[in-house]
Design a protein around this ligand. Sequence first.
Ligand code: ATP
Length: 468
Amino acid sequence: MKDFNGMENQDLMQKIVSLAKRRGFVFQGSEIYGGLAGTYDYGPLGTLLKNNIKDSWLKKFVHSRTDMYLLDAAILMNQNVWKATGHVDHFSDPMVECLKCNKRFRADQLLKDLGKTGVDGMTIEQFNNKFKSGDDIICLNCKAKNWSEVRQFNMMLQTKVGASEDSAATSYLRPETAQGIFVNFKNVLDSMNPKMPFGIAQIGKAFRNEITPRDFIFRLRELEQMEIEYFVKPSEWSNHFEYWKDEIMEWMESVGLDMKKVYSVEIGDGDRAHYSARTIDFEFEYPFGQKELYGLAYRGDFDLSRHADGSGQKLQYVDQGEEGSEVFVPHVIEPSFGLDRTVLAILTSSYREDTLGEEPRVYLALNPKIAPYKIAVSPLLKNKPELVEKSKDLFGILKSEFENVVFDDNGNIGKRYRRQDEIGTPFCVVVDFESLDDDSVTVRFRDTGSQQRIKISELNSYFKEKLA
Ligand code: ATP
């Protein structure tokens, strides 16, 4: 498969993974011990990038609004939470094992990898029939065709809480952040008195014991989600759904996703959860195929009603109107964002190769808003004390104003530019001999390599405008 800029997609993926490691964005989890499948660690630059994405999400969906409340719920929850929602019984994927090499696969993924269609929504019985009948279903590891029964594999990571070993001590690492919001619905109502409609937003870790974690940070066992539960009057859900669809698209564009690679896919009747009258998956064209990036689901009153039944508490809203009060269980629109999948989609969208000054180069065309470093400051030569001193002074000034600013005097100026290009720093500021006389510096732009002379006294307002 060819990518839009002519690169083989498999190459592109390898290049992104290698750049991510080489430049401190993403490392394999527990790497010096041989790793742990489905876990990755974010390095210094990856952490900055991730934080900038979270900040942008919080700014748009929480801080710039008056109807949104933040939450930071515990990862460990009472096991009855997951019984009430059906996760204990149903949060599973179909698993099949190759009887020759004993490798386990997610049955639906394996069929899709082998080019089979009509896989979504298949029952366990249908999977079993398919694996028994099809001698064209080969193990991707050893090429054998001898399969175990397909069975449901629960993806919740179980743990024990406290010193007791009995079943009362069972807990789960949450498989989604959403339920922390629903179980705190009453607490937020009682403490904040929100007016309808309103939302509760949360960013946090979730855990899924995926059968086959893969594709770098796309399918992880430890992942991070940014989720909103937006509570509305039941009769008004449809307009709110449309509104959230637009908001999600707007945010994706603002963080620099290549919108030509984004597809909003309406999920058909047979494939939606039974309680949802409408779901959209936002898919992204990753180098390994078009896959789910985010979800937008209308969940009706499913979660609040389940938790009301499970806990025996009233989870409802009392609307005090002019003509008396109306009591109802709010309906929910859920925009759900995977943070790790966002990082990968942004890296995919921004990876570029070109030729500059007759030299090939690699750069990340990151939106300045989310680039790990906004500005790199350098002396033209690092062995000239007067240049070093002036550039360090300037670095201090810019850092106190723009925070994510780096001082870089490694290697020669050409190498510094290449290094900053590769990590997506949009602006490099260089102090040279002229600067000593005229108090101006060179600002060099990442995407074009072009340069502009600017007075030091004007730099603050210049970058404020560029980084707004
Ligand atoms: P998939 O079909 O790819 O397994 P899902 O439909 O189970 O995903 P949701 O339960 O809707 O995913 O989770 C909400 C969001 O969390 C997803 O849109 C995705 O961005 C993210 N996400 C889910 N599972 C993973 C995972 N294993 N690794 C990384 N991100 C994930």
